[in-house]
Design a protein around this ligand. Structure first.
Ligand SMILES: CCCCC/C=C\C/C=C\CCC/C=C/C(=O)SCCNC(=O)CCNC(=O)[C@H](O)C(C)(C)COP(=O)(O)OP(=O)(O)OC[C@H]1O[C@@H](n2cnc3c(N)ncnc32)[C@H](O)[C@@H]1OP(=O)(O)O
Length: 283
């Protein structure tokens, strides 16, 4: 049986100062813990496409803190949308930005990456919709990815005229071969579910969200007889080089992001991309 972690969610929204919510449907992130297994299902809930703005990233970051503080047994990350896992970073955070907010935005994305990529508890992404760029990054931070049929996933930054930061690249390299990662990153490939399975970008294909959650649960169950401490130390040791690289360069990484995104050519590219997205959605 599922029980919502209401205290944590309410506090979280209070801290971010967004608004006080009385029902789960209003929350940016919904966390439900299964009493029997102890696994938390964390649902991204920012319609229409779960684009990652500062508020959503803050809610994710605080959710990850809650899970760690409560010694979570495992997390399944999914989306409340019927067709989008996450559309990636909210382009409005990068288009005509205010520098202070932009810095906070990027720093919060770094926090989410540290907490998710380096989490002591096991993590699975149940990818129930499209998952470009930052959406793909969130799933890559997890240890296992189950993806529903007929969607797309990938780090498509070069198609927007931007460069995925090295820690995005490291996350992809951790999941698939260096060669395939290089091809995917330089081309900005958005893989179909079946293509993603072939290159190892996802681990399993699901027929529905329910099937994805069931497969994600089965993955977490595999660790039932493994010492949690041995498991988490092994995971963190394998990922520590990538983590230390960003820890050592956090400020430079923020400065580079601000510099890159505020270039007139990049702003023009983002403007055109946004226009194309809006024209498509108006059809
Ligand atoms: C080695 C050295 C490295 C140096 C690096 C230095 C610096 C790095 C600098 C920058 C790095 C930035 C990294 C960026 C990462 C990102 O995540 S960028 C975002 C990329 N995302 C995308 O390309 C996805 C765009 N969206 C879509 O393709 C589609 O929306 C969809 C996800 C496939 C869903 O399609 P559909 O269901 O048909 O929905 P609509 O397209 O109709 O969209 C609905 C509305 O949502 C708006 N929208 C969609 N995506 C975004 C987004 N990402 N941000 C903001 N808004 C978005 C869309 O415009 C629609 O709005 P309206 O209804 O028209 O108002």
């Amino acid at each position: 049986m599922l029980r919502s972690v209401l205290r944590a969610s309410t506090t979280r929204l209070g801290v971010t100062g967004s608004r006080f919510c009385s029902s789960a449907a209003d929350k940016l992130v919904i966390t439900e813990v299964d009493d029997k297994t102890g696994y938390a299902t964390v649902t991204l809930n920012r319609p229409p496409v779960n684009s990652l703005n500062l508020e959503l990233l803050t809610a994710i970051s605080e959710t990850l803190d809650d899970l760690q503080n409560n010694k979570s047994r495992g997390m399944i990350l999914t989306s409340s949308s019927k067709s989008v896992f996450s559309a990636g970073l909210d382009i409005m955070e990068m288009y005509k930005p205010k520098v202070d907010r932009m810095k906070e935005f990027w720093s919060t994305l770094q926090d989410v990456w540290f907490k998710l990529y380096g989490s002591p508890f096991p993590t699975v992404a149940a990818i129930n919709g499209h998952s470009p760029a930052g959406g793909c990054l969130l799933s890559l931070c997890c240890e296992y990815r189950v993806m529903c049929q007929n969607y797309t996933i990938g780090l498509n930054e070069t198609r927007l005229g931007i460069v995925a930061p090295t820690w995005f690249m490291a996350s992809m390299r951790n999941a698939m071969s260096r060669r395939d990662a290089e091809m995917a990153l330089t081309l900005g490939t958005l893989f179909t579910t079946d293509e993603a399975l072939k290159v190892g970008l996802v681990d399993e294909v699901a027929t529905s969200k329910e099937d994805a959650i069931a497969k994600a649960t089965a993955f977490l169950d595999k660790f039932k007889k493994i010492s949690p401490q041995a498991r988490s130390m092994t995971k963190q040791a394998l990922r520590s080089k990538d983590i230390m690289e960003l820890e050592d360069n956090r400020t430079q990484d923020i400065d580079l992001f601000v510099y890159a995104v505020t270039q007139p050519k990049v702003q023009k590219g983002l403007e055109m991309y946004l226009e194309a997205l809006k024209a498509k959605s108006a059809k």
